[in-house]
Design a protein around this ligand. Structure first.
Ligand code: PGA
Length: 256
């Protein structure tokens, strides 16, 4: 299984800053095929990033993919402020982050909406990264696995063998943007659980599904996390905003 190292820029970087980043980052990952790399800029910078990436791929070999941070499930309609899968298709977007905890908490996204998005993304050839994870309160109550199981069962409901077209990101909410990552053991416990759950739900068709860890991943902790047998990559927020740091995380993964 090829690991996936993904950058979630959240609401950071203008078009100019995106192009500046890619100018520095792309040469560092030229001819690097051992891992899949994904970058998810904000919507306003997607088109420019897409053109830049296409141009780079005409000049050399890059295993870098483009991601969106969100998507609505309908193809078009009266959905003010939303972005459709067709719009992402036009920009050659390969991945979409679905159900991030910030979408769930700040924008009130529920599991059935997230499930619709997962279905729609797959139908339109965009690979969803379904995000799940418990809050600090839920961890302290000892219901972490229950919360994650519920989010996965509902988020992937009805998919069956199509789970192979999805990646999962386990992102404990208390570890996101806090500088406090889950320990490798804490993460591995949940990843192991997720692996057995999706194996059951997909009836064994989960060998292409990567389970990423997200939550304060940085060059300093990447190595110990990626050594865990059920951690198949990362979804990186803050540390991905610096092209050198993001590249360092990739090299940490490659060295293990
Ligand atoms: P962080 O964010 O790396 O800044 O903790 C991760 C994420 O929310 O995807």
């Amino acid at each position: 299984m090829k690991y996936l190292i993904a950058a979630n820029w959240k609401m950071h970087k203008t078009v100019a800053e995106t192009l500046e980043y890619l100018e520095i980052f792309l040469p560092s990952v030229k001819d690097l095929f051992a891992v899949d790399i994904m970058i998810a800029p904000p919507f306003t910078a997607l088109a420019s990033a897409s053109i830049k990436l296409d141009a780079a791929k005409k000049e050399g070999e890059y295993n870098v993919f483009l991601g969106a941070q969100n998507m609505f499930y309908a193809e078009k309609g009266a959905y003010t402020g939303e972005i459709s899968p067709l719009m992402l298709n036009e920009l050659n977007v390969d991945y979409v982050i679905v159900g991030h905890s910030e979408r769930r908490q700040i924008f009130g996204e529920k599991d059935n909406l997230i499930n619709n998005k997962v279905f729609s993304a797959i139908e339109h050839g965009i690979r969803p990264i379904l995000c799940v994870g418990e809050t600090l309160e839920e961890r302290e109550q000892g219901i972490t696995l229950k919360v994650v199981e519920n989010q996965i069962r509902k988020g992937l409901a009805g998919l069956g063998a199509d789970i192979q077209f999805v990646d999962i990101a386990y992102e404990p909410v208390w570890a996101i943007g806090t500088g406090k990552n889950a320990t490798p053991e804490q993460a591995e416990e949940v990843h192991r659980f997720i692996r057995s759950l999706i194996n059951e739900l997909s009836k064994g068709n989960d060998d292409k599904t990567r389970i990423l860890y997200g939550g304060s991943v940085k060059p300093e902790n990447a190595r110990d996390l990626i050594k865990q047998p059920n951690i198949n990559g990362f979804l990186v927020g803050s540390a991905s905003l610096d092209p050198k740091k993001f590249y360092q995380i990739i090299t940490e993964v490659l060295e293990v």
